[in-house]
Design a protein around this ligand. Sequence first.
Ligand code: 5RP
Length: 225
Amino acid sequence: MAGDDERDLQKRAAAAAAADLVQDGTTVGLGTGSTVALFLPALARRGLSVRCVATSEATERQARALGLAVEPFDARIERLDLAVDGADQVDPAGWLVKGGGGAQTREKIVAAAAERFAVIVSADKVVAAIGPPIPLELMPFGLGATLRLLSSLGEVRIRDGAGPTPDGGVLADYMGPVGEPGELAARLAATPGVVDHGLFPPEMVTEVLIGTADGSVERREVRAR
Ligand code: 5RP
């Protein structure tokens, strides 16, 4: 099992490889988390002229401090050239679990808008099969009723100490069985009151960059776009 230092080197290697994917004059979606926090300085060091959108306030703050141009992701931007983000789990088919940092709804909007979505991870994120927890963002309106509906799928826990998301949502984690991720994703998405869930389908993912401690990167192509 890799220690924190080794995991950090792995994340750093994946982050550097993703920074090399960015082209001058393009639009870039910035994910959230500790791996993205390593990607941002690597991107800034390249000195490119890029227009970025950020999936969280923390990412936006760090990106701006590094001199990256961050714009609101509103009606003026319809698509992105590239999105780069971390993940909590990656399975052999390219299914992801995201939302350890609670940003999965914005992260999914950004990933879906991007021509190319590169996922940057340390080796411990690669799993044989997706398992709980699966992050959820829920509407505060009717929260009890939503939780009652979800309980037919499995246990759901409101995330301790997490305030509302920037969009006013309640963060929770689905702790029940996962089985086939596509089936669970469809059932979660079909539950009224679920804003979004942290299962990202392989169709959304272009490639997964898995860092190694020696600085090299294993590149898994998931889907050509
Ligand atoms: C945040 C996320 C992160 O990308 C995911 O939790 C991985 O984080 P880290 O890079 O810190 O391991 O989905 O909502």
